[in-house]
Design a binder for this molecule. Structure first.
Ligand code: PGA
Length: 251
């Protein structure tokens, strides 16, 4: 049985002060009727403040970061190391989000280095893969996504794979209000799981959690969660509103 996992990706939103008041409101209204695992991924500048509220209120919410560098220290002005996240009690880290790939030129090779760096220090990556509209319309989506998956997992071993979460996020569905049909999303998640089975065996493929991301909202979460190979959601826009995020958690 895979435990459902709902993670909120705040992207570049909320100062640490706004984050504190968001978390207080979330804590006040909090309920989790499906016993989901829940994570919030604030900007790096708010990680410490969010963690303080989580601990202070005893909330069963995990802390995630949105990115990190693959080197462990040194002259990399502006970057944040795996160890810096670990020292803040961060548990999850989103790696290879399509916005990082699009605006900051992250390639599969860079994503792969980051994934391996995360495992090395005991952070659990949420690795994002997904195709553009162009690729989907040409009918090459599955081939493209499976290739991303394979390249990003280079040198990841059987032990590491148990700490990985994959987020399938079709780029054309992110922040557009246009989401994949539950069947299309499920088919891709199923293809991802089959590839994991080829690479890491049946047991690992059955235990791996695959999230869907792209315009997830209170109105579409239930049908997504009903799908056989979708184990949760990576939620952007709707995770910035306490009531919407809670409605998604309590689908
Ligand atoms: P969205 O973002 O829910 O706003 O579409 C999802 C994501 O980018 O992770």
């Amino acid at each position: 049985m895979r435990i459902p996992f709902i993670a909120g990706n705040w992207k570049m939103n909320m100062t640490h002060i706004q984050a504190v008041s968001f978390m207080q409101d979330l804590g006040y209204k909090f309920k989790n009727k499906n016993d989901c695992e829940i994570a919030v991924c604030p900007p790096a500048t708010a990680l410490k403040s969010v963690k303080t509220i989580i601990d202070g209120d005893g909330m069963d919410i995990k802390l995630g970061a949105q990115n990190m560098y693959f080197e462990f220290s040194g002259a990399f002005t502006g970057e944040i190391s795996p160890e810096m996240l670990k020292a803040l009690d961060v548990e999850y880290v989103i790696i290879g989000h399509s916005e990082r790939r699009q605006y900051f030129y992250e390639t599969n090779e860079i994503v792969n280095k980051k994934i391996n760096a995360a495992f090395k220090i005991g952070l659990k990556p949420i690795m994002c893969i997904g195709e553009s509209l162009d690729i989907r319309e040409k009918g090459n989506a599955e081939e493209f996504v499976i290739n991303q998956l394979t390249e990003c997992l280079s040198e990841v071993d059987d032990e590491d794979i148990r700490c990985l979460t994959i987020a399938y996020e079709p780029i054309w569905a992110i922040g557009t209000g246009r989401n994949a049909t539950p069947e299309d999303a499920n088919n891709m998640c199923n293809a991802i799981r089959s590839r994991i089975k080829e690479l890491y065996g049946k047991k690992n493929s059955e235990e791996l959690r695959i999230l869907y991301g792209g315009s997830v909202k209170p109105s579409n979460i239930s049908e997504l969660m009903n799908m056989s190979d979708i184990d949760g959601a990576l939620v952007g826009g709707a995770s910035l509103k306490v009531d919407d995020f809670l409605a998604i958690i309590n689908y």
